[in-house]
Design a protein around this ligand. Sequence first.
Ligand code: SAM
Length: 353
Amino acid sequence: MTALLSHPERVRLLGLTDPAAIEELRRASFDRTTATVGDTVHYRGLIELSNRCALDCLYCGIRRSNRELVRYGLDRAEAIEAALFCAEAGYGSCVLQAGERRDEAFIAFVADLVAEIRDRSRSDRLPDGLGITLSLGEQSLATYRRWRAAGAHRYLLRIETSNPALFATIHPPEQSFASRLQALDDLRAAGFQVGTGVMIGLPGQTLDDLAADIGFYAERDIDMIGMGPYLHSAGGALPEQAMMARDALLTLALNMIAVTRLSLPDLNIAATTALQALVEDGRERGIRFGANVTMPNATPRRVRPQYQLYDGKPCLDEGSLECRGCLERRVTTAGRRVGWDQWGDSPHARRRR
Ligand code: SAM
């Protein structure tokens, strides 16, 4: 995959702060999005299956050593109900996300869930059932194959940063950059459409790093991107003052969406929840800057506050409360229409088939 902007050009555009120049960048990205992936935005209902996690990522609120958190796991009936809600609401697909676990009970639970959701969500509107994206961390190739065979077809595993030295500063020594790369290769080998992404505004991260992250997406022939601002987490182990000032962080995160779109025009790019934690209409702004996917929270409301990756998590109330009209309005105010009842794979992934 060739990236359309040079590295120095990406660095320059990422660093824009002048409002007129940013508006020019935004407009170019929005128009490129229309020309390459079209004017539709796809909803994917986000179902946070469990906050139990075996890892200890220093930035993350659900890390193993956060003893303050009440841990939960949805049961089969609750998870299926949440997925069927997504199908009913017209989202077309859902994302099953959780902390990382590699025990057989969890692996089997997910395989069963995926098959059951695909089966029970079939309808005239969705003859193949709900599209299923998994975001369940690093697993063995055998596990990826099992989940793919059960009927999931997209997988999101963020590299977090493509700079190995920076990666080492935000993870404990036992979590290696090399094994993350291996997992991305294994996902491809298992037949998944592969998504990755980074956190933007990490302590010590430079514009050069972010420009290189886009190069990484290109080299790895990635199909979809989920990236968002790094936000401080009281349950994490990084100091609060390490978080960038909010306005500058929002500008950088939106610039990053636009520069990624201009570099890699035919990918799906998500406007993530973390953007909305920075500003109420953050996801709509992300769409204006070139995102074409958004992930309303479809987790049962009673456990949402416990899936606290960072402080100030928004959307504790959204989802079932929001009617089709409200969702439609969110997208149309950003100049797009909703791709109801579609899986919404990226043109990049469709070409691979
Ligand atoms: N366990 C799976 C994994 O590691 O891919 C999925 C869950 S993990 C919590 C999902 C993503 O949350 C991570 O890839 C990370 O980028 C993001 N995240 C965690 N803590 C964050 C923070 N403090 N600010 C922004 N994003 C964060």
